[in-house]
Design a protein around this ligand. Structure first.
Ligand code: SAM
Ligand code: SF4
Length: 470
């Protein structure tokens, strides 16, 4: 049994990072068995789930999206806020009941696996969990599952260190048109509220040749879009190269001929003019930027260790809006950080009023184990946090509505990805600036980039109809 240690998880030694290749040959021990994966959290977790699916199918397991058919159930977890924990522990209760009537194996992967308190709780209270695999040794998942199946003993393997970069992990992608591509793992920013630098390890970039080759392969397979992934994509290359950064990578990925390039998430501190210029200059780099603000108060930004001021954020924001045509910008905001006063909160609203974001993910501060903010005195009551969140959301929704309304009657390019969830007689897809559109048009549009006329707008989506431009 290997369990996590949050103190070791903080360590940063550049020379410890190993670049290796996945080369598991475990035969076909999964043949005849079926597995199900439930994913919590961010895009990085969604992509990790694609790797979990890729590894398991490579040894004969079959993937099912019906949990009742599964022999193995894997929860790929998120640790970012307490409610993410609650969801997983709640679901483990459901699985305990399932286990009473059926012989199933239950496993936990992802960020929660990297937390000491969680593992202690699982060891003591959640006997229904048969294996735990951390984020750093995901490439060893098959060995862990095999050992559990052979011995019927609980397997816990979580490593707390800087992490490695493992290439060639099999991937079973959810979409045949749009693909996630990791470019940088971990994070060294240590924002005081955030658990990611502990659960995901040190900032470590993939070699740019590996990334570009992956995108070239995706182009060959007919993919239309790639989204370059990292907790802080703007830091790409800093740990590896002196003269190669995200701007160079965006340029090289754009040169592969892929029709759409996206990237998430951006950190204002590492966002250079050179990066803005390359986004503005390439037609296949999409004009959509997720630029977390977190707070509009310089005092709170400092307490958060965000490394930029409200003025610096606004300068970058204006430069993006000015240079990148038809851009949309979304953000993340936390309310109720320890020490945030009503005046600080009003400063956040002020920045939102200035930026008029296309959308925002808004959160109430949630103290995370071992992070510096968890040791700060909480000064905002839960009630006040909810009140600020409510007031913030009203303003945010007003601007996302306004931004959507501006698109009324325009004709825009959409990558059609699937049938619409809202109406099975429609299809849906995303505009270049990342607006979801429910489209009146035939099923045969799925997988294509087509022209769509916007016929109605809502707060979180648009309606449109397919048009043929002669
Ligand atoms: N790396 C990205 C960044 O720098 O913004 C995303 C990190 S996290 C997956 C997504 C968002 O969760 C953060 O931007 C932040 O707004 C929010 N978040 C992180 N830790 C939080 C906490 N302890 N309480 C509330 N919200 C939190
Ligand atoms: Fe967390 Fe900050 Fe790193 Fe984003 S940049 S992952 S918020 S520590």
């Amino acid at each position: 049994m290997k369990t996590p240690n949050m103190i070791n998880a903080k360590n940063r030694h550049q020379n410890q990072i190993k670049y290796t290749k996945y080369n598991k040959d475990l035969g076909d021990f999964g043949k005849g068995k079926t597995f199900f994966v439930r994913t919590y959290g961010c895009q990085m977790n969604e992509h990790d789930s694609e790797k979990i699916k890729g590894m398991l199918t490579s040894v004969g397991f079959n993937y099912t999206d019906d949990i009742n058919d599964a022999d193995i159930i894997i929860l790929n977890t998120c640790a970012i806020r307490e409610n993410a924990h609650d969801k997983v522990f709640g679901f483990l209760g459901v699985l305990k009941h399932m286990k009473q009537s059926k012989n199933i194996i239950v496993g936990i992967c992802g960020c929660m696996a990297q937390e000491e308190v969680v593992i202690n709780e699982i060891l003591n209270k959640y006997k229904q969990v048969d294996f735990v695999c951390g984020t750093h040794n995901l490439d060893n998942l098959l060995s862990i599952i095999k050992e559990q199946m052979d011995t019927k003993k609980r397997q816990i393997e979580v490593l707390s260190y800087e992490g490695d970069v493992v290439e060639d992990v099999p991937v079973l992608r959810d979409s045949p048109y749009s693909a996630w591509v990791d470019i940088i793992y971990g994070c060294d920013k240590f924002c005081t509220y955030c658990i990611v630098p502990y659960t995901r390890g040190m900032q470590r970039s993939r070699h740019h040749e590996d990334i570009v080759n992956e995108v070239k392969e995706l182009v060959k397979k007919g993919y239309k879009e790639v989204t370059l992934l990292g907790q802080n994509v703007n830091a790409y290359g800093k740990d590896l190269y002196e003269d190669y950064n995200l701007a160079n990578l965006l340029s090289d990925v754009s040169d592969t001929g892929i029709e759409r390039v996206r990237f998430v998430t951006s950190h204002p501190w590492d966002f250079t003019d050179e990066m803005v210029d390359i986004i503005a200059s390439r037609d296949n780099i999409m004009p959509y930027i997720h630029l977390p603000l977190q707070s509009g108060s310089n005092k709170v930004l400092k307490l958060m260790n965000r490394r930029y001021t409200k003025e610096e954020y606004l300068k970058l924001y204006e430069s993006i809006r000015k240079k990148v045509k038809n851009s949309s910008v979304t953000t993340d905001i936390i309310v109720g950080f320890p020490g945030e006063t009503e005046e600080d909160f009003m400063e956040t609203l002020d920045v939102v009023n200035k930026c008029k974001f296309d959308g925002a993910f808004t959160f109430a501060f949630s103290a995370r184990e071992n992070t510096p903010a968890a040791l700060m005195k909480e000064t905002v009551s839960e009630e006040e946090k909810m009140d600020r969140l409510h007031r913030l959301n009203e303003v945010v929704n007003k601007y996302s509505n306004e931004a959507n309304k501006k698109m009324m009657n325009t004709t825009v390019k959409c990558l059609v990805t699937s049938l619409s969830d809202k109406d099975k007689n429609k299809v849906c897809g995303y505009t270049e600036n990342m607006k979801l559109v429910n489209i009146k048009g035939p099923k045969s549009l799925i997988g294509k980039i087509v022209d769509v006329k916007i016929t109605d707008t809502k707060s979180f989506s648009l309606d449109g109809e397919y048009v043929i431009i002669e």
